[in-house]
Ligand binder design. Structure first.
Ligand SMILES: Nc1nc2c(ncn2[C@@H]2O[C@H](COP(=O)(O)OP(=O)(O)OP(=O)(O)O)[C@@H](O)[C@H]2O)c(=O)[nH]1
Ligand SMILES: [Zn+2]
Length: 221
């Protein structure tokens, strides 16, 4: 039995490569208390079960480390946006230069994962805003997009979360987010359509007017 950080969580060690019953699920409230190391331990244990259930040979030296590799990848990389401690610190500057026009940060790489299949969502985000007196460090826009992407997502929520975070950071409603992405759960399995893409957008404040949107689209062409 392994005890994790004083929580009631216990997991039974697998007996060699034989399949054992699933360990008891942790309630969500206790999962949140686990630190990264403990989460990696629990996820690798479950992933080992998945591999064994699929009939994979965990004695194989190429597969032996896979449960821990996957667990580390989930916790420290592709789902790191689930940990609020990883939220980027946003640097704001005074708009001393009195820049009044639209700022567009385009072609920000999106690499997210669909929450239904845990398959990649790959695409681009374009973000625009008008300053309300504060200017954001450019790279912080990319970092915010990355942070919300590193979660199991649906594209609609991802678009809204980015828009909301920018509004809070910049203290303005004048924000637009446009996203175009390919969902590998649509392309590589199921309906297997490799050419379709999904387009989502959020327009608020000044971006609700036709003229401002036209200007934004002209920058994106
Ligand atoms: N709205 C929305 N749907 C998504 C997104 N990513 C994946 N999906 C869809 O989520 C749906 C899940 O539907 P289910 O019927 O439960 O899953 P499924 O049986 O695997 O469906 P198929 O993909 O059609 O084989 C699928 O239609 C996916 O295409 C997203 O970002 N937004
Ligand atoms: Zn999916």
């Amino acid at each position: 039995m392994i005890t994790l950080n004083n929580t009631k969580a216990t997991v039974k060690e697998l007996n060699g490569k034989h399949y054992s019953p699933f360990p008891e699920m942790l309630p969500n409230s206790e999962v949140l208390l686990l630190d990264e190391k403990a989460k990696i331990k629990v996820i690798s244990h479950y992933f080992k079960h998945i591999m064994l259930t699929l009939g994979l040979d965990l004695e194989d030296d190429s597969l032996q480390g896979t449960p821990e590799r996957v667990a580390k990848m989930y916790v420290q990389e592709i789902f790191r946006g689930l940990n609020p401690q990883n939220k980027p610190h946003i640097t704001l500057f005074e708009n001393k230069y009195n820049y009044k026009e639209m700022l567009v940060e385009k072609n920000i790489t999106i690499y997210s994962y669909c929450e239904h299949h845990f398959a990649p969502i790959i695409g681009k985000a374009h973000v625009a805003y008008f300053s309300s007196g504060k200017v954001i460090g450019l790279s912080k826009i990319n970092r915010l997009v990355q942070y919300y992407s590193k979660r199991p997502q649906v594209q609609e929520r991802l678009t809204e979360e980015i828009a909301q975070a920018l509004k809070e950071a910049l203290q303005t409603e004048d924000v637009a987010v446009i996203m175009e992405a390919t969902h590998l759960c649509v392309a590589s399995r199921g309906v297997s359509d490799v050419s379709s893409a999904t387009f989502t957008s959020h327009y608020s404040g000044k971006f609700q007017t036709e003229q401002t949107r036209r200007e934004l689209f002209s920058h994106l062409q």
